[in-house]
Ligand binder design. Sequence first.
Ligand SMILES: CC(C)(COP(=O)(O)OP(=O)(O)OC[C@H]1O[C@@H](n2cnc3c(N)ncnc32)[C@H](O)[C@@H]1OP(=O)(O)O)[C@@H](O)C(=O)NCCC(=O)NCCS
Length: 187
Amino acid sequence: MEACEFSPLDEGLLAKVGRLRIEAWETKTARAAEQSDWVDEFDRVALHWVVCRDGLPVAAARLSLHHELAEVPDSECYAGIFSWPLETPIASLNRLVVHPSARGSGLGRRLDLIRLEAAERLGARVVILSTSSGHRRIAALVSLGFVFLGYGRKFKRPPLCYMPAPAIFFCQLPRVGPIGQPFVRRS
Ligand SMILES: CC(C)(COP(=O)(O)OP(=O)(O)OC[C@H]1O[C@@H](n2cnc3c(N)ncnc32)[C@H](O)[C@@H]1OP(=O)(O)O)[C@@H](O)C(=O)NCCC(=O)NCCS
């Protein structure tokens, strides 16, 4: 299955991705459907990738670029985490979801790598990410070379606000070394 970039102007596909977000998070929290509309204001300006099976999305993720930390999705999580001014543009990786029936075959990792490559190509200086998905997701991010910075403030929006405080990750760009290898932070 191939990952394709798609435009948020494709409202039909974006709505299907919104439903996939609920289905994916239902395995983590019983309150996934509480935020009935998982499509938010960041979707209109973000870059999106999707993997489809039989015409329906089974994996999706987005990347957004920002000039201020306060502008990133779920910015509340990052308050007080960075003790240094982040170089800009800042790339935020967010809304990664894989349908339960498509998990364990590398789609999540592939979408992480695609977004890292895109962030680098677009000139982002740092990539940041927050996750409440637990230790397996944390291990996956560390294996990609992300630096774990600690735990941030809880998400504000339902249903993620019912999840534990998120782990916060950071990566300096451009990366040193081949894709998929640990990143080296420049001094
Ligand atoms: C987390 C998630 C995207 C993983 O998708 P996936 O396609 O199964 O992942 P991959 O097959 O590429 O596996 C990559 C790594 O993801 C991690 N992972 C796998 N299943 C996971 C799960 N249910 N929860 C958290 N992390 C998981 C593992 O560390 C895995 O590496 P491993 O196989 O060496 O243990 C998917 O389980 C999901 O959509 N979960 C609900 C939403 C979510 O947590 N999104 C991530 C927000 S940051």
